[in-house]
Design a protein around this ligand. Structure first.
Ligand code: SAM
Ligand code: SF4
Ligand code: SF4
Length: 373
């Protein structure tokens, strides 16, 4: 086998592991300066996937034909423990990360999540900024009624809930689950009551499948504190049979909403925000669109992703990762791990969405359920 390339029979046809020698520049990575990648982008956010399992089988993410009963999900021992996650997250915070987002798979199916939230909240003590870390969670929402209060008490700041349709049959088709739309709406209410708002709603739009949901979701959440963000269907992973023809462009999404409820563009909340924001002209709140396919935003991408099995990815569409779990479990010092993280970021050149085309389609990519959206 080619050195540095590992065949991961479980999850990807072929996935490359970055080598770990001095030639990679990792052993020389500075521990005092904040890492900056080769395109001048700092490391500011970390998405942490805590499980590759899910209680839904959304057709665009974990289609049941590929993620069926015999799919080799990770064994518990392969997952990073909460202590391991918190330790690594601390090193990312030292490197400049200010936002942590817990994702999956479905993060709420992993037991005792509030324990991890408490450990991450405790990282406030080691970071130099006076402001607390921004701790967020992305979820399909159905377990929120049970968990929202406890998560908020543990120190979670906010949640994003995914919801692709208000119409039960369409929702069931998109998520391939037995859950009801009402259960997601209950989850959103529970999160609001627990103080985890303003809630963001993520809606993936797939042509011919849930286009009607665009205006319906906009209408439903107008005048509430929730902000719906419509996401262009993306070619993540290798399982969802993505085709450009199934993408409804952000421009078209905005056009459809604006034809019912006039909109005007507003500024981003902060540099690098992935959603383009629009407010209703009648003052009834705002919506967002995430145009990863038609208007890529790689130039401002400051996100690293830690998979549930402890691999560091520097792009959502990557087939290459840096394993952090093996050195962590082999007893690497904080300094050694910090150099691996910072060196990996320093060498980053990812801009997949800007380069998307025939050639990139054929590259091996990690499944989204492994690293979270
Ligand atoms: N299970 C949680 C959920 O659904 O919110 C968290 C993980 S899920 C992978 C994170 C986000 O990725 C969700 O909002 C989901 O809609 C989005 N997503 C999944 N597959 C996608 C695709 N092919 N294109 C665009 N967004 C996608
Ligand atoms: Fe599960 Fe979220 Fe993927 Fe849907 S999008 S299958 S809820 S991980
Ligand atoms: Fe970031 Fe990769 Fe997405 Fe570009 S394609 S915005 S580099 S995650």
């Amino acid at each position: 086998m080619t050195p540095g390339v590992e065949r991961d029979a479980k999850h990807l046809p072929v996935i490359a592991e970055r080598g770990s020698n001095a030639a990679d520049g990792e052993s020389e990575a500075s521990l005092t300066e904040a890492p900056v990648d080769r395109l001048g982008r700092p490391l500011a956010d970390l998405r942490i996937s805590i499980t590759d399992r899910c209680n839904f089988r959304c057709t665009y993410c974990m289609p049941r034909e590929k993620f069926g009963a015999d799919y080799p999900f990770l064994a518990r021992s392969e997952l990073l423990s909460y202590e391991e996650i918190a330790k690594l997250a601390g090193l990312f915070v030292d490197a400049g990360v200010r936002k942590l987002r817990i994702t999956g798979g479905e993060p709420l199916v992993r037991r005792d999540l509030p324990v991890l939230i408490k450990q991450l909240r405790a990282l406030d003590d080691r970071q130099p900024h006076p402001q607390p870390l921004d701790l967020a969670l992305t979820t399909n929402g159905v377990l929120l009624p049970r968990l929202a209060q406890e998560l908020a008490a543990a120190g979670l700041n906010r949640v994003t809930v995914s919801l692709d349709s208000l119409e039960q049959a369409e929702f069931a088709r998109m998520t391939d689950s037995r859950y009801r739309v009402e259960e997601v709406l209950d989850g959103i209410r529970a999160a609001e009551q627990a103080g985890l708002g303003p809630i963001k709603i993520n809606t993936v739009v797939r042509k011919g499948q849930n286009e009607g949901a665009i205006v319906e979701l906009a209408r439903h959440f107008r005048g509430t504190n929730a902000i719906v963000r419509f996401i262009e269907f993306m070619d993540v992973g290798t399982s969802n049979d993505w085709q450009l023809a199934e993408v409804v462009s952000a421009r078209e999404i905005v056009r459809r909403i604006a034809s019912e409820f006039p909109l005007e563009a507003i500024d981003a909340n902060y540099p690098g925000e992935v959603a383009s924001r629009y407010r209703y002209r009648d003052g009834q709140g705002e919506v967002g669109v995430i145009a990863s396919v038609t208007q890529p935003f790689c130039g401002g991408c400051t996100r690293a992703r830690l998979s549930s099995e402890g691999k560091l990815y520097t792009c959502l569409f990557s087939g290459v990762s840096r394993d952090l779990k093996a050195p962590l479990r082999a007893g690497a010092s904080d300094e050694e791990l910090a150099r691996l993280i910072r060196g990996t970021w320093n060498r980053r050149t990812d801009r997949y969405s800007e380069l998307r085309g025939e050639a990139t389609m054929k590259l091996p990519k990690v499944e989204l359920s492994h690293i979270g959206g």
